[in-house]
Design a protein around this ligand. Structure first.
Ligand code: GLC
Length: 685
């Protein structure tokens, strides 16, 4: 059951699609506070949600802010990352969910100020509060997701491996990446083009020196089974003669200063204007620009810097230079030196700058800071709505950096500028279920780490968990150590781990699709699957992938294994990646186990009575198109038999709900496997 309470005059974020919610007079569970509400927590209460964020799956013990921020330091002392995900579940003494539909700043003090108090503060009293009652956290997530609408579904090829790096400078560098993957037997489906493919960082342009025959090049790559995925940034370069800039100015499509002139900010190209993503006309116009690349054979994009990131605003830059001039003649002492030093550092993503510009929304003129958290969402929506018109029958890949609940209908996310740190492997594991709750099923981290120099073992271990996230993308920052898998010594292990991902694709895709089509979760905390298991409720470094799989990755350097908690008897599957995906299975009883996992191994666990269907093929697989989704080997520990509902479709078109896409597979106690679709062959492994 969902209840809604409206406070003041909320801005309609269009995050919610369901209109079936009865209004409530008084709010259950929560205590009203002057600027929000609070909840008295019991020691055993767990707090779930908040999407992509720092710290654990259980959000207790820290203070978080929904305030989309371009911050590449994802450290424990932060409170905000790139997105705003105002959905939480309290699970314990009472179990309920709540969602704050508000586009500005919201603070979630989850026991930071007072260990036992959850205190939510909303910047203005103009918001909708939804309370969701359900039988369990899983049921609450399901109801919430019906409220906010079906999650984005990417094309099937987007479940393949992606190679990215900020600094592939020209066609030949991309060709070299692809050739290295192919010669090393590492399957690959996409190469990402970062900002250097553009002409002077101008959206919807291609640099003619570096990529002289772009459409031909896209076709050449496609013939090798590779899609190019170009980046689009939020800021439009100010440059005479540049059509996007000129059209935007002429039609008044850019965000404005108080006096109505276009607002100027600095990002990669230098000075830019921001398209007014909250103005429906401007949004449609910006969306239509993706056509330039679609027409050249592009089938996937990533939207970046859309918090929006601001290196500087014209106004703050001027003031900063003036202030520096003042300091020039001073004796810089204890107070003035640090103020001076922080002046320039404080230019970027300065909160004051977000108060300087305005949007022309359907609901009138709005100052940006009051609607800040829905800017990135609406950039991605611009693209999503345009794709519906331009390519109505085709799935287009889209993932964004900034997001807000509502955007999950138009695209996925990647989790931004992490670092090549071991702690960030675990962080990426924590983000997965938290994002899933909020509707963001298509997600993944920069595998290997974006910032800092990586190491071979870190990349291998990161793949060990990354192969289970829907978006599997290796990406790194310019200037850091190169980290494409073929650069390292243990090539066979990298090839094997990537091949394992492709072998798992029938299951990964099937579980993804069922989660998306039924408002469920592809990845969930152990506690959701084993609600009566007191220890499972505390586990933060294992998660469920779909209905059958439990993963417990190694995330510490030099560890040659780890302790794993199994809530019930399970089938352990050990994969020796460097030896052509040699797989061994053993049944393990419930309880705590020390599981050795060498660098070239991946170990996962299949739930008793459940089935893990995987493809055949090993090293004959080059990309998703070469995976046979209709010839399955079934891994299972099913002494009493088991059943699995297998989802399969062409992965390109959008007739998702057709009954023939759902195949019923059974396995009896003697190991006889059957499917109710003649085209899908099954056999017990
Ligand atoms: C941002 C993105 C990063 C990208 C870089 C250059 O930092 O988060 O992924 O490589 O910009 O475009």
């Amino acid at each position: 059951m969902i209840y809604k309470k409206q406070y003041g005059h909320p801005f309609d974020t269009e995050s919610v699609v369901g209109s079936f919610v009865p209004a409530m007079e008084t709010i259950p569970y929560l205590t009203r506070e002057p600027d929000g509400f609070s909840y008295a927590m019991d020691p055993q209460d767990i707090l779930y949600g908040l999407g992509e964020n720092i710290r654990g799956i259980n959000k207790r013990g820290w203070v978080y802010e929904s305030k989309c921020s371009d911050d590449p330091n994802h450290t424990e002392n932060k409170s905000s990352l790139y997105g705003a995900y105002n959905f939480m579940i309290v699970s314990g003494k009472a179990t309920f969910g709540f969602f704050i539909d508000y586009p500005g700043k919201v603070t979630f003090d989850c026991g930071y100020t007072d260990l036992d108090t959850l205190r939510v503060t909303v910047a203005e009293e103009n918001y909708d509060l939804y309370i969701i009652e359900g039988e369990s956290p899983t049921d609450i997530v399901h109801q919430f997701r019906q409220l906010v609408g079906r999650s984005y579904i990417p094309p099937k090829w987007a479940f393949g491996a992606t190679q990215s790096r900020w600094s592939y400078m020209n066609e030949d560098e991309v060709r070299e990446v692809v050739a290295n993957y192919r010669t090393n037997n590492m399957p690959l489906d996409a190469v990402v083009l970062d900002i250097d493919y553009m002409e002077r960082y101008k959206d919807f342009t291609v640099d003619e020196q570096r990529f002289p025959h772009f459409a031909d090049f896209a076709a050449e790559m496609k013939a090798q089974g590779i899609r190019l995925v170009p980046i689009i940034d939020a800021g439009v370069k100010i440059e005479d003669g540049y059509d996007v800039y000129e059209e935007g100015v002429k039609n008044g499509y850019f965000c404005t200063n108080q006096d109505g002139t276009p607002f100027v900010a600095g990002v990669w190209p230098g000075r830019v204007h921001f398209p007014d993503m909250l103005n429906p006309e401007a949004r449609a116009w910006f969306g239509s620009k993706y056509k330039f690349l679609l027409n050249q054979g592009i089938e996937g994009f990533w939207n970046d810097m859309n918090e929006p990131a601001i290196f500087y605003s014209e106004e703050t830059l001027k003031k900063t230079f003036a202030k520096i001039d003042e300091y020039r003649t001073q004796n810089l002492d204890i107070s003035s030196f640090f103020a001076f030093k922080n002046l320039v550092a404080g230019l970027s993503n300065n909160e004051n700058d977000y108060k300087l510009f305005y949007h022309d929304t359907k609901q009138g003129r709005m100052r940006h800071d009051k609607v800040h958290n829905i800017f990135g969402y609406n950039m991605t929506r611009a693209a999503g709505e345009a794709f519906e018109q331009l390519e109505p029958d085709k799935r287009i890949l889209m993932y964004s950096r900034s997001a807000c609940i509502g955007m999950h209908r138009y695209g996925g996310i990647w989790t931004g500028d992490n670092q090549s740190w071991w702690s960030h492997i675990l962080l990426s594991l924590h983000m997965m279920p938290s994002l899933n709750m909020c509707g963001f099923l298509y997600e993944g981290p920069d595998i290997g780490g974006f910032g800092s120099n990586t190491t071979e073992d870190l990349v291998l271990r990161w793949y060990g968990v990354g192969i289970f996230s829907p978006l599997l993308r290796n990406h790194s920052a310019a200037g850091t150590r190169k980290q494409e898998p073929y650069r390292f010594k243990n090539k066979a292990a990298f090839a094997g781990i990537l091949q394992l991902r492709y072998l798992l694709l029938p299951y990964i895709y099937s579980e993804y699709m069922k989660a998306a089509l039924r408002d469920g979760m592809y990845c969930m905390p152990l506690a959701f699957a084993f609600p009566n298991d007191a220890f499972a409720r505390q586990v933060e470094d294992e998660v469920m992938i779909g209905e059958s799989l439990l993963i417990a990755p190694v995330y510490e350097q030099n560890a040659r294994g780890r302790y794993v908690y199994l809530p019930e008897e399970m089938l352990q599957v050990r994969v020796k990646c460097s030896e052509n995906d040699r797989m061994e299975t053993t049944v393990l009883p419930a309880g705590h186990h020390y599981i050795p996992v060498e660098l070239d191994e991946v170990v996962f666990f299949v739930r008793k009575g459940h089935i893990l269907p995987i493809a055949r093929g090993g090293d004959s697989i080059q990309n998703v198109a070469s995976v046979n989704f209709a010839d399955l080997r079934l891994f299972a520990h099913a002494p009493d038999g088991a059943a699995y509902e297998y989802y399969t479709d062409d992965g390109e078109t959008k007739d998702y709900d057709k009954p023939e896409h759902f195949v019923h597979i059974t396995l009896d106690a003697d190991g006889n496997a059957e499917s109710d679709c003649a085209d899908v062959k099954v056999e017990k492994a």
